[in-house]
Every structure is written in structure tokens, then in C-alpha cells.
Ligand binder design. Structure first.
Ligand code: PLP
Ligand code: TYF
Length: 398
């Protein structure tokens, strides 16, 4: 029966990661996959995570099933991190949360829930958006459409076009917004723009779906949740997919959460039963380990403090690399302006060079990035930043 299948291309981001790993050039630089690396180019286990694991090892007494919603304590703390611990939707029993296998699991489960409730709704995603969004939503049966988001020439958000397109959305459609640190472009809505979007969503009865995979890597934990909190305060319904892959460095532990805010406590009970049903029919229940780490950290004030400090260091290092890349390229006498890089947030920015120049960087300098010229800022460090700045400068000059 498998003769009927056709071979499909690999994920270009993950393919690039392997290509770089196999490159023998000692000067190689991996600016491909969005994985945090420290100054030495390593993706370390956070010290708070290590301590939490040790604490868990000595206290865990059972590996019994945890149920479709996962750990209640984890869900409580993730809701606290995202919305604030005393958020009205929590007190009013309008919020249902479930621990999921990563942010990807949250996206898929949420998409299936939407498809059950509103199969004819369109899911609007930004142009561009993360390469996994459309395939995940389509696989769950949803129709997607795009709204303009990033202006490659001006290096800023096409806000007027975004609004004009969303004006065409029909009542009940879903609008996917990146909570912070937009992947791939790094350009985030400002506070005023979030408010304008909230007004539009409310007026047109559109439902926000926030994907937040980088809380704490942009400006800080609370700052990065600004838009999400504003929408949760002003709109009756909302969906959130969150990930602990980056801010806890738990990539392979597959740790995330899906949250759904319903218009009333009664509606929320129905939502919860459907959400659990979707989860059961997919993977029954989530893996426990990563979520146990997160709840162990967030339930202990000294571990929380330690984690916040480490996360802050990550955030500061990324922002420092953004500033230095822009400065170093300018210092080579390059005429192209890269001063937009420090104005953007999180793990990614588009360099804004052509695919040919991307290939030249890969072939001549062993500097790896996806063809769109998206760079993962955390691949930069004090040892390679001059090399990268010189290389970029020479390919854009040529
Ligand atoms: N959403 C965005 C925008 C991402 O960049 C990612 C990946 O890093 C995710 C969701 C989900 O990540 P994970 O499934 O590894 O938690
Ligand atoms: O965009 C990135 O690089 C990260 C990591 O299938 C990632 O979000 C990339 C591809 C993928 C899963 C995660």
C-alpha cells in the first residue's frame, strides 16, 4: 500500500542544522535553527532545570498516568506566567488549560478544537509566519489565509495593510498573532498597535489565537506578555499556544500548554470537555518530565529566582548580539543599513539579503541560514561576530 505515497521534502530548517553539523570548516557558523546558544556556542541545560531535576529524582515516587490535561500545578503556573496569577479569567472560571507536547502540540490541539467548533472559520496568519503554522492548521482541517505583516524593504510592520486585510475577515474567523519575538521577522506590534488590533477583533467578532514561544527572550517576561494580556482583558474569547522549549531550554522534553478563554464559566466547561476529548483522540495524555521540571521551578521561589536570572542573561545576550552585529557591519564600511536589527526582538531577524547571497555565505564562508535570510541571532557570539559581519558586508558589496 505504501507505493501510493510520494516522497516529501524535509523541513528546510532542520535539514540545514544537519548540513552545518557535517561541515568540517572550523569557522562555520550556524544561524539556522532557532535554538539558544551561549557565548561558547553551546545549548546548555539551565542550572535551575538541573536543580529541579535533581529535586524531582529524589522526591518522585510514581510514574502513574497524569491524565489528558497534564499536571494541574504546571497549568496553574503557566497561566500565571502568561496572564498573571490573579487574572480575572482564572477567578471567573473562564480559562481552561492543558499541558501539551510542546508548543506544536498546543497549536495542533487548538486547531482541532477550532475545527470542531467552527469548521468554516478561516485561520488568518501573518505573511510571513513560522513555517510549521500553515501545515499544522491544514492538517487539522482548517482553511488558512494570510494578512500582510512584514515589509521587507522598509524593515517594519505593514500595519495599515494588516488592518485593511483583517477588515475583510468574516465574523468568527480566527486571527493568529505571535505573542512576542515574531518568528521569522523579529518585528513585534507596539502597545498602541495591540490596542488597535484588540478594537478591530472586538468590533468584527474575530477570535485571537496567540502563539507565544519566546516569552522572556524579547524584553522580559511581563513585557513580552503585554499584547496577550491586553487581549485577554478586553475580548470574551481567546486561544493561546505556549511553549517552554526556549525560555526553559527544554526543547526535546516537549513542554507547552494550550489555553482557551471562553465567554462564560458554563461555556468554559463545554470547551474543557471538548479540549480533553481532542487530546485523548490524539495522544491520550502529554509526557510528564518537562512539565514536572517547570512546575518544580515555578513552585519554588529560589529556583524561580535562579531561572529568571538565567533567562534574563539569555535575553541580554541576544539583544547585545543584535546591537553588535549592526555596529560591526557598519564598521566594515558597508553601505547597506542594518540598524533595524537591534530594533527587532527575540531569536530571529531577516538579514534582507537575496537567496543567492545566502548561498554565497553558506558556500564561501560556511555561514548557515535559511534561504529567506532569516538568521538565528543566538548563533552569534563574541568569537564569530566579526567574521560574520565581514562576510555579510562582502557579499552585499559584491
Ligand atoms: N511557535 C513558534 C513561533 C515557534 O517558533 C516554535 C518553535 O520554536 C513553536 C511554536 C513550538 O515549539 P515547540 O513545539 O518546540 O515547543
Ligand atoms: O523556527 C525555528 O527555528 C524554531 C525551531 O520543525 C524549530 O522554531 C524549527 C523547525 C521545526 C521545529 C522547531
Amino acid at each position: 500500500m505504501f507505493e501510493a505515497l510520494r516522497a516529501l521534502p524535509a523541513d528546510p530548517i532542520l535539514k540545514l542544522m544537519v548540513q552545518c553539523r557535517n561541515d568540517p570548516n572550523p569557522l562555520k557558523v550556524d544561524l539556522g535553527v532557532g535554538v539558544y546558544k551561549n557565548e561558547q556556542g553551546h545549548t546548555p541545560i539551565m542550572a535551575a532545570v538541573r536543580e529541579a531535576e535533581q529535586k524531582m529524582l529524589s522526591s518522585q515516587t510514581s510514574k502513574v498516568y497524569i491524565g489528558p490535561a497534564g499536571s494541574e500545578l504546571f497549568n496553574h503556573h503557566i497561566a500565571g506566567l502568561l496572564l498573571g496569577y490573579d487574572h480575572p479569567t482564572i477567578k471567573d472560571n473562564r480559562l481552561v488549560s492543558a499541558q501539551t507536547p510542546g508548543g506544536c502540540g498546543a497549536l495542533r490541539v487548538a486547531a482541532e478544537l477550532i475545527n470542531r467548533s467552527a469548521p468554516s472559520a478561516t485561520m488568518w496568519v501573518s505573511d510571513p509566519t513560522w513555517a510549521n503554522h500553515v501545515p499544522t492548521f491544514s492538517a487539522a482541517g482548517l482553511t488558512t489565509a494570510t494578512y500582510p505583516y512584514y515589509d521587507n524593504a522598509a524593515k517594519e510592520i505593514r500595519f495599515d495593510s494588516m488592518l485593511a486585510t483583517l477588515e475583510e475577515a468574516k465574523e468568527g474567523d480566527i486571527v493568529l498573532l505571535h505573542g512576542c519575538c515574531h518568528n521569522p521577522c523579529g518585528a513585534d506590534l507596539n502597545q498602541q498597535q495591540w490596542q488597535t488590533i484588540a478594537d478591530l477583533l472586538l468590533r468584527k467578532n474575530l477570535i485571537p489565537f496567540i502563539d507565544i514561544a519566546y516569552q522572556g527572550l524579547g524584553d522580559g517576561l511581563d513585557e513580552d506578555a503585554y499584547g496577550l494580556r491586553l487581549l485577554a482583558n478586553q475580548l470574551p474569547e481567546m486561544i493561546i499556544a505556549s511553549s517552554c522549549s526556549k525560555n526553559f531550554g527544554l526543547y526535546r522534553e516537549r513542554t507547552g500548554a494550550v489555553m482557551v478563554i471562553s465567554a462564560s464559566a458554563d461555556a468554559s466547561k463545554v470547551t474543557a470537555s471538548n479540549l480533553m476529548n481532542v487530546i485523548r483522540s490524539n495522544y491520550s495524555m502529554p509526557p510528564a518530565h518537562g512539565a514536572s521540571i517547570v512546575e518544580t521551578i515555578l513552585d519554588d521561589s529560589s529556583l524561580t529566582q535562579m531561572w529568571k536570572q538565567e533567562l534574563n542573561d539569555v535575553c541580554v545576550r541576544i539583544n547585545d548580539m543584535r546591537a553588535r552585529l549592526s555596529q560591526q557591519i557598519a564598521a566594515t564600511g558597508c553601505q547597506t543599513d542594518f540598524s533595524f536589527i537591534p530594533k527587532q526582538k527575540g531569536m530571529f531577524s531577516f538579514l534582507g539579503v537575496t537567496p543567492e547571497q545566502v548561498h554565497q555565505l553558506r558556500d564561501d564562508y560556511s555561514i548557515y541560514m535559511v534561504d529567506s535570510s532569516r538568521i538565528s541571532i543566538a548563533g552569534l557570539n563574541p568569537h564569530n561576530i566579526d567574521y560574520v559581519a565581514e562576510a555579510i558586508s562582502s557579499v552585499v558589496k559584491a
